[in-house]
Ligand binder design. Structure first.
Ligand code: COA
Length: 377
């Protein structure tokens, strides 16, 4: 305990990713979506013919891949999403004495992260759960996860849109730095399929489910992994990405279940706002270390849209990034909200030599931005 309280540095000593089994391709998704569109238009044929209602338009796998880079996504249950009369996952309610769905996601990723770090649940003394949407507010998801893995210490939930995982890493790293924790977990269980609007053409294809976890320990205890050199955070209010689900909803019963109680966004505006803001944010972070962008071997960028990432990398490096420099996981995972950049990190860091720099950056709803500058141990 004594030495950990004096620590000045922290490190990521292990990372783990977990995703559910169901794989949903763009082609399958569009068959169901287009069937839903045809049925809706048939249901409202008279109003459409009378000019009182606009017909819904179909979607296409070609558009999805071109607009976003997404080919597949993992989701907790695809049978419900592929049912044109349902269009959302089947996730049965669980009794209170069973591990909740979101906690289960988190535990699965943590088990892999702990194995990578050579630690066990009993070593952990802090669990920070960062996710864009909590299944419930209390008891805190982190405390349920803490209990499930047999950890000591305390738990804490953090929510900051797509920067939630980075926020959790920042809290965990600061706690280790301050000596209030010696083996902290930052975990991001993202159940995006459960608050995605599968009936909305502009965004029905965006999201996938996954969980990612990081073990963060004092630098002096880390034999391998990545030193966290610094963490940068910034936020600027915008309603362009929003979800109005919450406990006040019941006071306006007619709007319960309305589309604004799910994820919705002004996608084009987000695209235009975030590309320059995220590029500048990353460049500022590197400049604060007097690091030229070309000296950073790897950019683990937030995975919301591949075209967006290509443009951000172009602005940072002054040229296109290779897939090795800026790994892509959105093609396989879809947008997994705050889990995206940490998943890219987890799956694409083994080859980096000792001493090399990497930057993990997230950006999204809020707007929120967060980045970690890392150096391979
Ligand atoms: N299938 C076929 N065509 C579609 C479609 C679909 N599913 N959805 C939209 N289109 C059409 C539109 O009707 C429009 O056609 P028009 O030009 O004839 O009017 C055209 O495609 C472009 O639509 P737009 O909504 O401007 O698409 P886009 O190129 O902006 O791509 C997103 C949509 C959502 C992929 C993109 O805006 C995006 O990723 N934005 C950033 C989102 C983000 O990072 N959010 C953070 C979330 S965590």
């Amino acid at each position: 305990m004594g030495s950990s309280q004096k620590t000045t540095g922290t490190a990521i000593t292990g990372a783990g990713v977990w995703h559910p089994e169901h794989v949903l391709s763009n082609a399958e998704l569009c068959v169901a979506f287009n069937e839903f569109v045809n049925r809706e238009n048939a249901r409202h044929a008279d109003d459409i013919a009378a000019g009182k209602r606009e017909p819904l338009k179909t979607s296409s796998p070609e558009f999805i891949e071109k607009a976003s880079g997404i080919q597949t996504r993992y989701i907790v249950d695809k049978t419900g999403v592929l049912d044109p009369e349902r269009m959302c996952p089947n996730v049965p309610d669980r009794p209170d004495d069973q591990l909740s769905v979101q906690a289960e996601f988190g535990v699965n990723a943590i088990q892999r992260a702990l194995a990578a770090a050579g630690r066990v649940g009993e070593d952990v003394d802090l669990v920070v759960c960062g996710t864009s949407m909590m299944q419930r507010q209390y008891p805190a998801m982190s405390v349920e996860i803490q209990n499930a893995i047999g950890a000591r210490g305390f738990g804490l939930d953090a929510s900051l849109g797509c920067s939630s995982a980075v926020a959790a890493m920042q809290i965990a790293s600061n706690a280790v730095r301050a000596g209030t924790a010696t083996c902290a977990i930052a975990v991001a269980p993202e159940l995006m399929s459960c608050h995605n609007n599968w009936r909305e053409r502009d965004g029905h294809f965006l999201f996938g489910d996954a969980a990612v976890a990081m073990v963060i320990e004092p630098l002096e205890r880390a034999k391998t992994g990545f030193e966290i050199l610094s963490i940068q955070a910034m936020s600027k209010f915008s309603s362009n990405i929003r979800n109005n689900f919450g406990f006040l909803n019941r006071f306006d019963p007619e709007k319960v279940g309305a589309p604004d109680k799910l994820f919705y966004q002004q996608g084009r505006r987000v695209y235009k706002d975030v590309i320059p803001a995220a590029s500048k944010f990353i460049l500022d972070h590197l400049a604060s270390h007097e690091l030229e962008p070309s000296r950073v071997s790897r950019y683990w960028l937030h995975q919301a849209n591949q075209n967006m990432n290509d443009l951000i990398a172009q602005r940072i490096l002054g040229r296109s990034a290779t897939r090795t420099e800026a790994p892509v996981i959105i093609n396989e995972y879809g947008n997994t909200a705050s889990a995206g950049a940490p998943i890219a990190f987890t799956l694409h860091h083994d080859d980096l030599p000792k001493g090399s720099y990497g930057l993990l950056a997230a950006f999204g709803a809020g707007y929120s931005f967060g980045s970690l500058l890392l150096q391979r141990l």
